[in-house]
Design a protein around this ligand. Structure first.
Ligand code: ZN
Length: 673
């Protein structure tokens, strides 16, 4: 058989077995045999590059890493839906729909899958282009990554141009498995399945994407050239027939009360699904009715997304432990009977301070209601007092530091109780963890457990010691090994070249966070200059007052601190300001106060903050009358409520990304109103 025919045969065979495995769940051959077919195909294609077909399943394993993603303009704008939060919102929507089309209406109700929205374009049956939503008009070309998603067909039996939209997600089970591996390797955990799916799809190296078991549900036929399709449900059936994995469990309704009942059911039962959903989507079924209703500037008038309230669970508070923070603050933490909540298993929750515990009357042994704030940090909402047995124990913060046994202090006017012993080992440990953290020196792999390991084995005593670690010193430590040891040493080495602000933040000067560190790095040429600065110079810096300026002076007065800095310099850690080049950005957010809240679909919170600050805006943390607008993500919580109360405009990530595209402040002001 010649190469061309064998390639065709292999493609057919692999596609057949893929289908058995992924869609029918009944594989006929072992993984080993499957890999053998794939390897043969890849080899033949490498030997005969001209014979490689666009729909070859070999692209499932990823290709060459990219430098960056290209931009794509969507053929059909990928709009976002407006949101509903209550049954009343849904009834209002129903009324708007009926008023505007003046005839009977049917709705399709689907799960709102908690993942990343993508658009897929097929030409002559071949999967040609896949893109992220971006700002709805322009997205990123992630075709190579999407080809690694096994449930996206590379070829379909329809020769017209077709554009579909779907949600890429990762199952709860795979999410837990990946987080377990991250944990074992000392890497940062993913906050939820959505973050994991989004991060994986935006990898420049598609071979890495291919290793993660992403999945997709297609939920809309965006474009087709010639069609007899009259309803959305017909189009989903058609897509299913073509081989797409369509939105599961979609249902057609003609009555809003029935829909509300259906939604109530899933509000309670969604935790039984193998994937995360964060709401339900209600769409008008009839396509010509949809056309008649049209669009607002931002979203279609014929659909709405109902968002579930933050998931709450009941569990037992087994114990309250206390931990000593970097600045000596003693923080109580609740130890909970593990419970699954919004995508992860929760076994701890912050209790903030003694006042918080007293106000809520939280006792050891209580049954409590927990939820995740902004869907990330678990917290105790309330105590179920009806379930008390009388055996609950009232908690008191210890009068001695649990680590160094020095007496603790509660300063006047502060809620926090502190250990003020500067040699307290707990504070040193926290200080090193802070030094390595993402906003500071950003040393990958140097998390809490590794810092503890290094301290316990007397490899380090302070932050500067990190730069004197040899691979040989750590290779034999428990849970370390060759690979992790060299990764760690490399990550530490790399951090020597960091911007000065990272080092300043990492030093952990009281009251000087990442923002203050940036101001210092911007206004002085080197760490030396900052050390020698006097009060009047510091106090004149933007956003600096007495307290911050004084704290800087005090910090550098300590001989111990100067000694550590000398050791860092000797090791070759950069202490000079790297003058950042003018990026030519216009201050479109000048004079604006912008509050970030919730989890954004694609941007990291810090990135959004940097984007605001680089354009002259101020990212503040609490909503007040002077707030210009709130940038809200999923499960935004109390800040969003407050913004609504005060009538402060709220925008989502897409609108924000659209603003960033503009180059005049006036344009942005128009968009806020
Ligand atoms: Zn202490």
């Amino acid at each position: 058989m010649d190469a061309k025919n064998r390639i065709s045969e292999l493609i057919d065979l692999i596609n057949y077995h893929n289908n058995r495995y992924y869609n029918e769940d009944s594989p006929e051959i072992s993984d080993f045999e499957y890999d053998k077919l794939m390897k043969e195909l890849i080899k033949l294609e490498e030997e005969n590059p001209k014979l490689k077909r666009a729909d070859s399943p070999s692209s499932r394993v990823g290709g060459k890493p990219l430098d960056k993603f290209n931009q794509v303009t969507h053929k059909i704008p990928m709009l976002s839906l407006s949101n509903a939060y209550s049954a009343q919102d849904l009834r209002d929507f129903d009324k708007r729909v009926r008023d505007s089309i003046n005839e009977g209406v049917e709705y399709v109700v689907e799960f709102k899958i908690d993942g990343l929205s993508v658009g897929l374009t097929y030409n002559n049956g071949i999967f040609e282009k896949g893109a992220t939503r971006g700002n709805g008009i322009i997205g990123e070309d992630i075709t190579q990554n999407l080809k690694t998603v096994k449930t996206i067909p590379l070829k379909v039996e329809d020769n017209e141009e077709i554009v579909v939209r779907g949600e890429v997600y990762i199952s709860k089970e795979n999410f837990e498995t990946i987080n377990k591996i991250q944990e074992e390797e000392g890497l940062q955990l993913f906050a939820n399945p959505r973050n994991l799916a989004a991060g994986t799809l935006r990898q420049l190296d598609s071979k890495l994407t291919a290793k993660r078991p992403l999945d997709i549900f297609i939920f809309n036929l965006e474009y087709i050239e010639n069609t007899e399709l009259k309803t959305h449900s017909e189009s989903l059936e058609y897509l299913n027939k073509l081989g797409f994995k369509v939105s599961p469990n979609y249902k057609v309704f003609s009555d809003m009360d029935e829909i509300i009942k259906h939604i109530d059911y899933w509000t309670v039962n969604r935790s039984n699904l193998p994937f995360e959903i964060d709401g339900m989507v209600i769409k008008v079924n009839n396509l010509s009715q949809r056309e008649k209703m049209g669009y607002t500037a931002k979203s279609p008038r014929w659909a709405i997304a109902y968002k579930f309230p933050a998931e709450q669970k009941k569990t037992k508070l087994i114990d309250i432990i206390v931990e000593v923070g970097r600045t000596g603050t003693i923080t109580p933490t609740a130890i909970l009977e593990p419970v699954r909540l919004a995508g992860t298993t929760v076994s701890r929750a912050t209790l903030h301070n003694e006042d918080y515990i007293n106000e809520k009357d939280i006792r050891i042994g209580d049954t409590v209601i927990v939820q995740k704030a902004g869907d990330i940090i678990p917290q105790v909402v309330e105590v179920v007092k009806d379930e008390r047995t009388g055996d609950e124990i009232i908690f008191k913060l210890p009068e001695k530091c649990p680590v160094c046994s020095e007496p603790t202090v509660r300063l006047e006017g502060e809620a926090a109780v502190k250990c003020i012993n500067i040699s307290c080992p707990a504070q040193i440990r926290r200080g090193i963890i802070h030094f390595a953290s993402r906003d500071a020196m950003n040393i990958e792999g140097l998390g809490e457990s590794i810092v503890t390991l290094l301290l316990d084995n007397k490899i380090i005593k302070d932050i500067a010691d990190l730069y004197y670690i040899n691979k040989e010193d750590i290779i034999n430590l428990e849970r370390m090994g060759e690979k992790s040891a060299s990764n760690l040493v490399n990550a530490i080495e790399k951090s020597k070249q960091n911007d000065l602000y990272r080092l300043i933040n990492g030093l952990g000067i009281k009251y000087i966070g990442v923002k203050g560190a940036k101001v210092l790095a911007k206004n002085f040429k080197s760490l030396d200059e900052i050390i020698n600065a006097d009060m009047s110079e510091l106090i004149n810096l933007e956003e600096f007052g007495d307290i911050m300026a004084n704290s800087v002076i005090q910090f550098f007065k300590e001989e111990k601190n100067i000694g550590v800095i000398k050791k860092l310099e000797d090791a070759g850690v950069n202490t000079k300001s790297i003058v950042s080049e003018d990026k030519g950005l216009v201050n479109i957010f000048e004079g604006m106060k912008i509050v970030l809240t919730g989890t954004l679909p694609t941007l990291k919170r810090n990135d959004a903050k940097e984007m605001i600050e680089a354009r002259g805006g101020k990212a503040t943390s609490s909503v007040s009358k002077s707030t210009t607008f709130v940038l809200a993500g999923e499960e935004a919580g109390s800040k969003l409520t407050k913004a609504n109360e005060l009538g402060i405009p709220v925008i989502d990530e897409n609108e924000f990304l659209e603003m960033i595209e503009h180059t005049s402040k006036e344009d942005v002001e128009m968009m806020i109103k």
